[in-house]
Design a protein around this ligand. Structure first.
Ligand SMILES: Cc1cc2nc3c(=O)[nH]c(=O)nc-3n(C[C@H](O)[C@H](O)[C@H](O)COP(=O)(O)OP(=O)(O)OC[C@H]3O[C@@H](n4cnc5c(N)ncnc54)[C@H](O)[C@@H]3O)c2cc1C
Length: 826
C-alpha cells in the first residue's frame, strides 16, 4: 500500500482533534496536529466551551453536522467519563412571536429528521423545574440535544487518533507556511519545519492569521461573548453527582439572548445580550511556546469579565429562573470565538496555494460533522453533505473587505437569537453593488432586497396602481402576517403584465463568467454534462457534476466565438471551480465579467413589439431561435441577445457593458410604453419561474442530488462525444432509478403560501421538505417544490406543516404553465 499524504493540522481544539480522528479512521496515518498552546487545554475556545449542543438550524447541512457530532461524541469517553450527556434541549418562548417561531423551528427539525415537540408551559416546567411557569408560553423540546464535554472529547479523540498513528504536538506555534511551486510543503515553527503534503488550519478565531500566511482572505471576526458560572443554586443541590454533572435539559431563553446549562449544583449562563465586542488578536498573549502561560484563568481566549455588561441579564435570569435569587455570580469571563458575515463556517482549500485548507468558525455543535466533511473532501474528493453554504469561497470580493466582515459579523452576533424572516435583508451595509439601472429603478420606487452585495428590486411601487386593474382571477389572496412580510400584491401585477404584455427584469446580479482561449471548449466539455461543441451562437443549459453524479451547479453556456464562451453561473463557487479545473498552461482564461456588464430580461408576449422599432437586426423567430445568441444593436446600444427566459415567456436576455446599461434601459423603456411595459422584480420572477418548473441551484438541488432526481436528466448528454466529470456515475441512472424526486406541489385551498424548509407529510408521516415556494399568479394557487419519495406520484395527497398547522397539497404534473413551450418558442 502506498503511503498516505503527510497532513499537518494546525490547532488541537475540537475541530482539529475531530479531523485527526476522521482522517486516521480513513487510514491516513501520517497526521500531525500542532498547537501553540499546551495539550490538552490549549487556551483556544474549546478549552472553556460550555458545550451546549442545540442541533436544529434553518440549514439542513448545519443540522446534519450537529446530528453527527451528537452521534459521535455520545459514543466516546475518557476512562468511562462522558463526552456527551444527552440531557435534551429546551427553548422557551415568552412572547407569542417566539412561540410561533418555535413551531417554525420544529418544522425544520422535522424536515431534517430531528425528533422534537412543541410543548406547553406545564411540560416545560416538568422538563426544567427551575423555569417560572408564569413567564413562559411554551417551548420546543429536542430530546437528543445535550451537553458536549468538548475539552474531554479532545482527549478521547486525540487518544484514538494517536492509536492509529497520529501525533499531537503542543506548545508549537506555526509561524509560516512553506510552499513550492504553488503547493504547501510544510509548516514553519520555532523548532523547524514540519514537512506536509496537506496543511489544514483549524485555528479557530486565529484563522485570519494563518490564512494571511498564504495570502488567503478568511472572513471571520473574533468576538467576545459573556459566560458566567453561578454559585450554588439551592434548588439544584443533590440533583447531580460530580460525574454526571447535569440532568436538566440545556435551556435557551432567546427572547433575552440567553442560554443556560447545569453543572452539578450550579448553572452556567451565556449571554448574547451585550454589545458586540470585537477582539484585536494583537492584544492577546502571543502564545509562543516560550511565553505562554496557559492556566484556566489566563487563556488567550478568555478576556476579563465586564460585569456591567452582564448586570441586566442577571436580572432577566432571575425572572425566568427564580431559584437564582438565592444564588450569585461566582465567576465570569468574556470568551472569544469566531463570527462570519453569514453565520456559516469556513471550509475549503486556498485558491492560490494547493494543499492549504481551512476548517474554521465552527462551533463545538458542528465540529464532528465539519471534520467528517473535510476528511471526506481530502480522502474521497467529495463530501456526502452539501457544503455550498460553508465553502470559504462563497463570498463575493466586496464581502471579503475587513470592514464588511466586521460589520456583518457583529450584526450576526446581535441577531443570533432573533426571529428572522427568510427574506429579511440586512439594513447595513447596503448599496455595495448596484446595476447601471439603479437610478431608474429608484425613480420607479423599487423595493430593494440584498443578495451577494447587490441591490435587487423585489417589486416597484410605481406598479401599485396596476393592482386595482388586475382581472379577478389574478387578484392574490390575503397572506398571513408572516408570509406578507417582504412581499406586496404588486408582484401579482408584475407577473400579470409579464404574462400578458411585457416586462423588464434586471438580471445583472446573475454571475457571468467569460471562458476563452484555445482550451476553453475542452475545459467546458470536460466539466459539463451538455454538448458544448456546437455552432457559434448556440446556448446550452447544462450541469456540472461531481464524480459521484451530484449536481455542483447548473450553467447556461453561450458560445459567442470559436474560443469564447459566456457562462451564466450561480455564484462565486462556479468561478472558483472553473479556475481550479482550468489547465495551468495558459490555454484558458476565465474572467468574472458580472460587474462590468449588465443584463435586462425583456420578457412577455409583446417583447418583440418593443424591440421591433429599435433595431435593424432580425429578432424574428427564425432570426433568433430559442436557445440561440447573437450580437446586435438595440437603440444603438451594442448588445448580446440570448433567446432564453427564466419566466417562460417570449423574449431575450439582453447584455451590454455597464457603461451602456442605462441607455439600454431607457430605450427599451421608451419603446415599451405603447406596449404596456413594466419594470418587474424578483418577487414576480420567483413565482413565474416556479410555474415553469425552473430549478434554483442551492435551494432546489445541490451536490446531494443527481440530475434525474432533480428532474434535470434532460440536461445530461450521456452519449456526448467527449468524456465529462460524473459520466461514469450517471451512466446507470435514469428517471426510473430514482427513489426520491424534486416534486411540484400545489396547495389545495388555493391561498396558503409557504416559504421553504417546511416538512411534507404523506399519510401522516414526514417524508420530505419544501425547497422553494411562491404563489403562482398565473395558476391562481400557491406552489411548492419539495423533495419527496418517488412513490409520491402525480395526484398524491400530501400535507405541508407551516407554523404547526397542516396544509393540504397535491403532487402536480409540471410545469404548471405552458408545458408545450408554445409561449417560449412562439
Ligand atoms: C464563552 C463561549 C461559549 C461557547 N459556547 C458554545 C456552546 O455552548 N456550544 C457550541 O457549540 N459552541 C460554543 N462556543 C463556540 C466554540 O467554543 C468554538 O466555536 C469552538 O470551540 C471552536 O473550536 P476550534 O477547534 O475551531 O477552535 P479552538 O478551540 O480555538 O482551537 C484552535 C486552536 O488553534 C491553535 N492555534 C491558533 N493559531 C495557531 C498557530 N499559529 N500555531 C499553532 N496553533 C495555533 C490555538 O491555540 C487553538 O488551540 C462557545 C464559545 C465561547 C467563547
Amino acid at each position: 500500500m502506498s503511503a498516505t499524504p503527510r497532513v499537518v493540522v494546525i490547532g488541537a481544539g475540537i475541530v482539529g482533534a475531530n479531523l485527526a480522528d476522521e482522517l486516521t479512521a480513513r487510514g491516513w496515518d501520517r497526521v500531525t496536529v500542532v498547537d501553540q498552546g499546551p495539550l490538552p487545554l490549549t487556551g483556544g475556545s474549546t478549552s472553556h466551551a460550555p458545550g451546549l449542543v442545540f442541533q436544529t438550524n434553518a440549514s439542513r447541512t448545519m443540522t446534519a453536522f450537529a446530528g453527527y457530532t451528537v452521534e459521535k461524541l455520545a459514543g466516546i469517553d475518557v476512562d468511562g467519563a462522558w463526552c456527551f450527556n444527552q440531557v435534551g434541549g429546551l427553548e422557551v418562548a415568552t412572547t407569542p412571536e417566539r412561540l410561533a417561531d418555535l413551531h417554525r423551528k420544529q418544522g425544520w427539525a422535522t424536515s431534517w429528521g430531528v425528533e422534537s415537540q412543541v410543548v406547553d408551559a406545564d411540560e416545560c416546567v416538568r422538563l426544567h423545574p427551575l423555569v417560572d411557569r408564569d413567564r413562559i408560553l411554551g417551548g420546543l423540546h429536542i430530546p437528543t440535544d445535550g451537553l458536549a464535554k468538548a475539552s474531554r472529547a479532545v482527549v478521547a479523540l486525540a487518544r484514538r487518533a494517536e492509536a492509529r498513528g497520529a501525533r499531537f504536538q503542543g506548545s508549537t506555534r506555526v509561524t509560516g507556511i512553506e510552499q513550492a511551486g504553488g503547493r504547501v510543503t510544510g509548516v514553519r515553527t520555532p523548532d523547524g519545519v514540519i514537512p506536509a503534503d496537506i496543511v489544514v488550519s483549524c485555528a479557530g478565531f486565529w484563522g485570519q492569521e494563518l490564512g494571511a500566511m498564504v495570502g488567503m482572505d478568511v472572513p471571520l471576526l473574533p468576538l467576545a461573548h459573556q459566560f458566567v458560572w453561578t454559585g450554588q443554586v439551592p434548588d439544584l443541590v443533590g440533583r447531580n453527582d460530580e460525574l454526571s454533572e447535569a440532568s436538566l435539559p440545556i435551556l435557551r431563553h432567546q427572547d433575552q439572548d440567553l442560554y443556560y446549562r447545569e453543572r452539578v449544583d450550579r448553572l452556567g449562563i451565556g449571554s448574547y445580550a451585550h454589545r458586540p465586542m470585537p477582539v484585536d488578536l494583537r492584544e492577546l498573549p502571543q502564545g509562543s511556546s516560550e511565553d505562554m502561560d496557559v492556566r484556566e484563568s489566563s487563556m488567550p481566549s478568555m478576556l476579563p469579565f465586564t460585569e456591567e455588561d452582564f448586570a441586566p441579564v442577571w436580572e432577566q435570569s432571575q425572572l425566568l429562573l427564580p431559584s437564582l435569587r438565592s444564588s450569585k455570580i461566582d465567576t465570569g469571563f468574556n470568551g472569544i470565538f469566531s463570527f462570519t458575515p453569514d453565520g456559516g463556517p469556513l471550509i475549503g482549500e486556498s485558491a492560490d496555494v494547493a494543499g492549504f485548507w481551512i476548517a474554521e468558525a465552527v462551533w463545538v455543535t458542528h465540529s464532528a460533522g465539519v471534520a467528517r466533511a473535510v476528511a471526506q473532501l481530502l480522502v474521497d474528493g467529495r463530501s456526502e453533505i452539501d457544503l455550498h453554504g460553508c465553502d470559504v469561497h462563497r463570498f463575493e470580493d466586496v464581502q471579503l473587505a475587513p470592514e464588511y466582515v466586521s460589520e456583518t459579523s457583529q450584526q450576526n452576533f446581535v441577531e443570533i437569537y432573533d426571529v428572522l424572516h427568510p427574506l429579511q435583508p440586512r439594513l447595513s451595509p447596503r448599496d455595495l453593488r448596484v446595476s447601471p439601472f439603479h437610478a431608474r429603478q429608484e425613480q420607479l420606487g423599487a423595493v430593494f432586497l440584498e443578495g451577494g452585495g447587490w441591490e435587487r428590486p423585489h417589486w416597484y411601487e410605481a406598479n401599485a396602481a396596476l393592482v386595482d386593474e388586475l382581472p379577478a382571477e389574478w387578484v392574490p389572496p390575503e397572506r398571513d402576517a408572516w408570509a406578507a412580510q417582504f412581499w406586496s400584491p404588486i408582484a401579482a401585477a408584475e407577473a400579470w403584465k409579464t404574462r400578458t404584455a411585457v416586462a423588464m427584469y434586471d438580471m445583472t446580479p446573475l454571475k457571468r463568467l467569460e471562458v476563452s482561449g484555445p482550451g476553453a471548449l475542452a475545459l467546458l466539455q470536460r466539466l459539463t454534462t451538455g454538448e458544448m461543441d456546437k455552432s457559434v451562437g448556440a446556448v446550452t443549459y447544462t450541469l456540472t457534476l461531481d464524480e459521484a453524479g451530484g449536481i455542483r451547479s447548473d450553467l447556461t453556456v453561450a458560445r459567442l466565438g470559436e474560443q469564447l464562451f459566456q457562462v451564466g453561473a450561480n455564484g462565486p463557487l462556479d468561478l472558483d471551480h472553473l479556475r481550479r479545473q482550468a489547465p495551468d498552461d495558459g490555454s484558458v482564461q476565465i474572467r468574472d465579467t458580472t460587474g462590468g456588464t449588465c443584463c435586462i430580461g425583456l420578457w412577455g408576449p409583446r417583447a418583440r413589439d418593443v424591440v421591433r422599432g429599435l433595431t435593424t437586426d432580425d429578432f424574428s423567430n427564425d432570426g433568433l431561435k430559442y436557445f440561440r445568441a447573437k450580437r446586435a444593436r438595440i437603440g444603438g446600444v451594442p448588445v448580446t441577445a440570448m433567446r432564453l427566459s427564466y419566466v417562460g415567456e417570449l423574449g431575450w436576455e439582453i447584455y451590454t457593458s455597464a457603461d451602456n446599461g442605462r441607455r439600454l434601459w431607457d430605450v427599451l423603456w421608451a419603446a415599451g410604453q405603447g406596449h404596456g411595459i413594466v419594470a418587474a422584480g424578483r418577487a414576480a420572477f420567483n413565482s413565474l419561474r416556479l410555474e415553469k418548473g425552473y430549478r434554483a441551484w442551492g435551494h432546489d438541488m445541490t451536490t446531494e442530488h443527481d440530475p434525474y432526481e432533480a428532474g434535470l436528466g434532460f440536461a445530461v448528454r450521456k452519449q456526448k462525444k467527449d468524456d465529462f466529470v460524473g459520466r461514469e456515475a450517471v451512466a446507470w441512472m435514469s428517471g426510473d432509478t430514482v427513489s426520491r424526486r424534486l416534486s411540484c406541489l400545489t396547495i389545495d385551498d388555493g391561498r396558503s403560501v409557504v416559504l421553504g424548509h417546511e416538512p411534507v407529510f404523506v399519510d401522516g408521516r414526514p417524508v420530505g421538505y419544501v425547497t422553494s415556494a411562491a404563489f403562482g399568479h398565473t395558476v391562481g394557487r400557491p406552489i411548492a417544490y419539495a423533495w419527496l419519495p418517488a412513490s409520491a406520484t402525480v395526484g398524491t395527497s400530501v400535507e405541508i406543516e407551516y407554523f404547526g398547522t397542516r396544509i393540504a397539497a397535491t403532487v402536480a404534473a409540471e410545469p404548471l404553465v405552458d408545458p408545450d413551450m408554445t409561449r417560449l418558442r412562439g
